[in-house]
Design a protein around this ligand. Structure first.
Ligand SMILES: NC(=O)c1ccc[n+]([C@@H]2O[C@H](COP(=O)([O-])OP(=O)(O)OC[C@H]3O[C@@H](n4cnc5c(N)ncnc54)[C@H](OP(=O)(O)O)[C@@H]3O)[C@@H](O)[C@H]2O)c1
Length: 303
């Protein structure tokens, strides 16, 4: 029997790569879809189990072509910093809707849409508002879509731990506020496995899952854990959020600002899975703890 095809939008991204790996191992033919699908080498993905297709999800005919003959689709496309030409709505609302609508029109059986914990249509963050509108648009177009909302992702080659390492090397470590915002970092491979499981479980159809990792910790505790692993000691320096917002405003004219207002807003809000919403356990998965996987992540930072 021919293996089924799954189209993974955002396949070359940090999470997308792990999703492709997990799905290939499960027997899928993976169609890697991104604007530059050959940008990264994916060593664990054999050529005869994969296809690459150039797609900009803002162009509907390209989205439709990428879904031809697919049994399933995953949307792991991201945009964290918007510009005048490329807005959050283009990718997180209209792009997400185009994937869901084309998937329905083409008779794709299953769709997994990756969103994020904390979606809120009233949020002061344009990014968070767009994610909420995107989920809504996906649900309207494809009622059976499974929405996965991970907390901040970590794993080898991530942005989260790599940034904490840079910060831990400063003479004093600046905190967002007093560093009391609670996070529940999710290991990237665990989230990829959740996508794999969700595609197979009929009971995940039309449901939302919040994927928090095995450990809840404050930002202050996360920086301290990284410093401990690195064997360094630095004073922690609380910095009020208004000051961070000012820095973000000053950095705004840069083409690729290292800090945005949206990121400051995110850092002011707890990012943990809701107790009433299904999570890893409902997919019969056990999420790794941050401190368990930290050594492995740090090895990749220094390799
Ligand atoms: N990383 C985290 O901590 C985190 C936390 C919570 C939720 N999430 C969610 O997880 C998902 C994946 O995030 P990530 O961190 O893995 O993202 P990422 O590393 O930035 O990767 C983004 C992917 O999207 C593709 N892409 C961007 N714009 C596109 C477009 N217009 N058309 C087609 N493809 C496009 C990129 O490839 P090209 O540039 O070649 O197109 C790349 O493959 C997102 O939904 C994100 O919001 C991430």
């Amino acid at each position: 029997m021919k293996s089924p095809v799954v189209t993974v939008f955002g396949a070359t991204g940090f999470l997308g790569r792990e999703i492709c790996q997990a799905l290939v191992e499960e027997g899928w033919i993976v169609r890697l879809a991104a604007r530059q699908p050959n940008r990264v080498l994916l060593s664990g993905i054999p050529r005869d189990r994969s296809e690459r297709v150039a797609v900009d999800i803002r162009r509907r005919p390209e989205v439709a072509r990428a879904l031809e003959g697919a049994a399933a689709a995953v949307n792991a496309v991201s945009l964290y910093v918007q510009s005048r030409k490329l807005r959050f709505e283009d990718v997180h609302v209209r792009g997400a809707a185009a994937i869901a609508e084309c998937a329905r029109e083409q008779g794709v059986d299953r769709l997994v849409h990756i969103s994020g914990i904390g979606v809120d249509p009233q949020s002061p963050s344009a990014y968070v508002r767009a994610r909420a509108q995107g989920e809504q648009a996906v649900r309207e177009a494809f009622a059976g879509a499974t929405v996965l909302r991970p907390s901040v992702l970590f794993g080898p080659g991530d942005a989260f731990v790599s940034n904490l390492v840079k910060i831990a090397r400063l003479p004093a470590v600046p905190l967002f506020g007093r560093g009391q915002t609670r996070l529940q970092p999710a290991f990237v491979e665990d989230v990829a496995e959740a996508v794999n499981v969700a595609l197979h479980r009929p009971d995940s159809t039309g449901r939302v899952y919040e994927l928090g990792g095995g450990q809840v910790l404050t930002y202050r505790e996360a920086v301290t854990a990284v410093m401990k692993e690195l064997g360094v000691r630095r004073p922690l320096m609380p910095v009020p959020f208004v000051f961070w917002k000012l820095i973000a405003a000053l950095l705004r004219p840069l083409p690729n600002p290292p800090l945005t207002r949206d990121q400051v807003v995110l850092m002011a809000t707890d990012n943990i899975a809701g107790s009433e919403i299904p999570g890893f356990a409902d997919l019969e998965l056990e999420a790794r703890r941050f401190d368990q996987a930290l050594t492995m992540c740090l090895k990749s930072v220094f390799s």
